[in-house]
Design a protein around this ligand. Structure first.
Ligand code: AMP
Ligand code: ZN
Length: 458
């Protein structure tokens, strides 16, 4: 069996991965909070853990991996969006979840085994909070329930911070009802207009962290193999998940391996709406960038390195895929994926190394293995994507086409029908399909498009 090595954030070393149960390898990844389109940073954990899911399925068998990725559909950001827009919450969350599923599918992300909605697990959260109060790890104050951080001596062990460091960090919220500023919210009161559930502490809603602890317990049990997410979640979210789960079920152990992807940037800068470099996944797809190209760009960087999205990478990835698909299109699947590709992935998910292997196979024209490697990486289904078959048109040819179309429109306007007809016939001879629409001419290159024939029309 393939030996998998994974970097564990908790031990800060690469460890040999040994599943608790080979027949059911279990992984939990924190999913999106659903109030807006996923940006391309949000696509990174989805793609990274999809690559891991595919590797685990290959090694342990398709039916022997349980992958849970949640939807956070109760959150104050969602409530704020509803208040701003006047739209009902469930409409916003349902629409955003649908978008997310569609966008990720276009990137070749497989559906996880389970995609629980937090709102469907509130009774389990209430039960876990009750247990924490009983065991002296949580207390009620002014309609809130808070986790008492001082009751869990291991707090901070995942991120390697001391409680003092954490207090010094800006992210702890000071509130009058807290015994200590480090204590975090498990439950908070909801006034009438906000989503709320009945509980022993009055009508209210869960804090964010308790969601993941309760859903992981329900769907994966007290101990499971891998927990993942972006490294912005290490503290406080994952520290808090560990504190809750370990205190509610001390014999369990919660997640054994913690994996975190690094952040994504755009053209070397932090992505932000204010910086004008903010892209949703849908923006890129709508610009005509194929999902496979986006996927390849992401896989080119190891998940523990900061990653840059750039126009140059997009261009290179598209050219690479055109070449690879051209070779793999008519090949048969090799019986097994190339061992060197599997080895790279099994070495802490070295997707960049796996792609280096594909380049090598491509150069050696080993099309069957190339095809099997592309499949393992989720870059190739049964069919070659249609965009590959579309004739590629260089920027120069594009400019020339646009200029000649404008010339034809001008000729028509000037009633120079001789010139207009010469251009029309010339387009047809060059394999350019032109359609006149109320909004002007639209064009497309046919398979036989030959830009040199347009030159004669200049
Ligand atoms: P959120 O919906 O903000 O909770 O984020 C969903 C997932 O996206 C989490 O795993 C985050 O860590 C991850 N994430 C958010 N921003 C980025 C980014 N710029 N780069 C990589 N991952 C990110
Ligand atoms: Zn989580």
């Amino acid at each position: 069996m393939t030996e998998i090595m994974l970097y564990n954030t908790r031990s800060r070393t690469k460890e040999r991965f040994e599943p608790i149960d080979h027949m059911n390898v279990r992984m939990y990844v924190c999913g999106p909070t659903v109030y807006d389109r996923a940006h391309i940073g949000n696509a990174r954990p989805a793609l990274v853990f999809d690559a891991l899911f595919r590797l685990l399925r290959f090694v342990y068998g398709e039916d022997h991996v349980t992958y849970v990725r949640n939807f956070t559909d109760v959150d104050d950001k969602i409530n704020a969006r509803a208040a701003e827009t006047g739209r009902p919450i469930h409409e916003i969350t349902a629409e955003t979840i649908r978008w997310y599923v569609e966008d990720m599918a276009e990137l070749g992300v497989l559906d996880p085994t389970e995609t629980p909605y937090a709102t469907a697990y509130v009774p389990q959260m209430v039960a876990m909070i009750g247990r924490l109060i009983e065991k002296g790890h949580a207390y009620e104050a002014e309609g809130h329930v808070l986790f008492r951080v001082s009751s869990f001596p291991d707090y901070g062990s995942l991120s390697g911070r001391t409680v003092d460091d954490m207090i010094a960090g800006a992210r702890v919220e000071i509130a009058p009802y807290k015994d200590s500023p480090m204590d975090f919210v498990l439950w908070k009161p909801s006034h009438e207009e906000l989503p709320g559930w009945e509980s022993p502490w009055g009508r209210g809603r869960p804090g964010w962290h308790i969601e993941c602890s309760a859903m992981a317990l329900e769907l994966l049990g007290t101990t499971f193999d891998i927990h993942g997410g972006g490294n912005d979640l290490t503290f406080p979210h994952h520290e808090n998940e560990i504190a809750q789960s370990m205190c509610a079920h001390p014999q369990g152990g919660f997640a054994r391996v913690w994996m975190h992807n690094e952040m994504l940037q755009v053209e070397g800068r932090k992505m932000a709406k204010s910086a004008g470099n903010f892209h949703t996944v849908r923006d890129l797809l709508d610009e005509g960038i194929p999902g496979e190209v986006i996927r390849l760009v992401f896989l080119s960087t190891h998940y523990r390195k900061p990653m840059d999205w750039s126009e140059q990478k997009r261009r290179e990835a598209e050219a690479t895929l055109r070449k690879w698909y051209g070779q793999a299109m008519h090949a048969e699947d090799a019986e097994r994926p190339p061992p060197a590709v599997v080895r790279a992935l099994a070495n802490d998910l070295n997707t960049a190394g796996a792609l280096t292997e594909l380049h090598r196979l491509s150069r050696a024209n080993r099309a069957d293995e190339l095809r099997a490697g592309l499949r393992l990486l989720g870059l190739m289904g049964n069919e070659v994507p249609v965009w590959v078959k579309r004739t590629r048109i260089s920027g120069d040819a594009r400019v020339l086409v646009e200029r000649l179309l404008k010339e034809r429109a001008d000729a028509r306007a000037a009633r120079d029908f001789v010139r207009a007809d010469i251009l029309r016939d010339g387009f047809a001879a060059a394999g350019l399909i032109v359609r006149d629409t109320p909004d002007g001419a639209v064009w497309e290159a046919s398979d036989s498009f030959d830009p040199t024939k347009l030159e004669a029309l200049r």
